[in-house]
Each structure stands twice: as structure tokens, then as C-alpha cells.
Design a protein. Sequence first.
Length: 253
Amino acid sequence: MPRLALLPAGLAALLLAAPVLAMLLRLDLSDLPALLTSATAVDALLLSLRTAASSTVLCLVLGVPLALALARVRAFDNLVVRTLVLLPLVLPPVVAGIALLSFFGRQGLLGAHLDAAGIRVAFSTVAVVLAQTFVSLPFLVVSLDGALRAVGGRHEPVAATLGASPWFVLRRVTLPLVRPALVSGTVLAFARALGEFGATLTFAGSLQGVTRTLPLEIYLARESDPDAAVALSVLLVLVAAVAMALARPDLRR
């Protein structure tokens, strides 16, 4: 590595680490147990973990086939499809929430029919999961698509000529080849879902125990109790860091 590149590398690391370190230094350890064990904090944390886990499962169910289609099916490998897949990465969170309301809301394209059938999606826990899935799905798809293209498509035809079925090839050949990308994409999707705020607030609202996830609780606490906001922020950082740390052994394989 060129020595000249070490300076911007160090500055980049400092830019990423310094704000988190500053937040940790603001933390009052004496008040930490009371702040983290309050009813609102516990409800928000448990709701965030449940919805983030649910949205991650949904990302896997939908994202793995989509990544395979992008990498292996020519009809999916075009500018329009790729733009639609990547769009949630660059959309402002509020815009993502409005888009979800336009489709799933009571007067939305699909939501109006669901509401007529007695199914309400917006401003419910289901809305939280959908909002988290909408913003985190591209992380899994992009990671997996890049890995599939890197390994190429020469292994699957060989397995097929030996009599393996498409599902067997997928389970025993394709997915093991891209396992590190699958693990990292899944962890990124979970972490992104855990930290989702804007789309959730716009599409699901903020009702304690139902739609008020940890990021929303942090936002509300920031106005009335800054110390609680800092403590909850540190908690959110730690949960995301633990998730990424647990994935590291799989990524090294």
C-alpha cells in the first residue's frame, strides 16, 4: 500500500470512529441501568429486534431469488430493474415512507383493497417490517449479486450435467460459493433494518409497543431527556456491532 494513502485512510477511520467515541464519552454510567431498563426503552428494543429479525427473514426469502435473477437471468439484467433495486438506497427516508403509504396505505394502490377486506397495513407492526424490508433489501441483493458475478456461472452447468436438480445445485453449489457475501449481506440488512427511522415514522407512526422502534424512541427522548437518548443510542450501536462481530467467523471461511 502506498504510504501516501495511509493519511486519508487514517482520516477516514477517524471520521467514522470519532463521533461514536464522543457519544460514548458523554455516557453517564451511573444512570445507565435505569435508562436502559425503563418500560419504554425495553418495549422499543424488543420491538426493534423482532421486526428487524422478521424483515431480515423476508429479505432472505425475496432477496436471494432476486439476486440470482439479476446475476443469471438476462431479462432481469437491465438498467430499469437494477435502478429499481438500488433506488431505496438513495431515496430520502421520508420519501420511502410516502411511497409505501401510496401503495399500502388505506387509500393506496393495494392498501385500499386490503382495507376493504378488513386488513390494515399502515400504522401497524406489519408496516414497520415492510418499511425495514424496503430499505434493507438492496443491501442483501447488491452483496449477493456482486458475489455471484465474481464466481461466474461455470460451476452450475457442470453440476447439472451430472444429474443434479436446479434446487440441489442452488443448495449445494451456488449458495456455498457465495456464503461470505450471503452472511455479510444478511448482517447488513439486519443492521439497516434495526436502524431504520424515517420510513418507519412516516409509514407506521410511533405507538409504544406497536410501531415505536428504538430509533423512534431515541428521537423522542432527544427532546425530553438527552441522557436517555445517548444511552439508547449506545445500546443500538452495541446491538449492531455484536451482530456484525458474530458474522465475522463465517466471513473468514
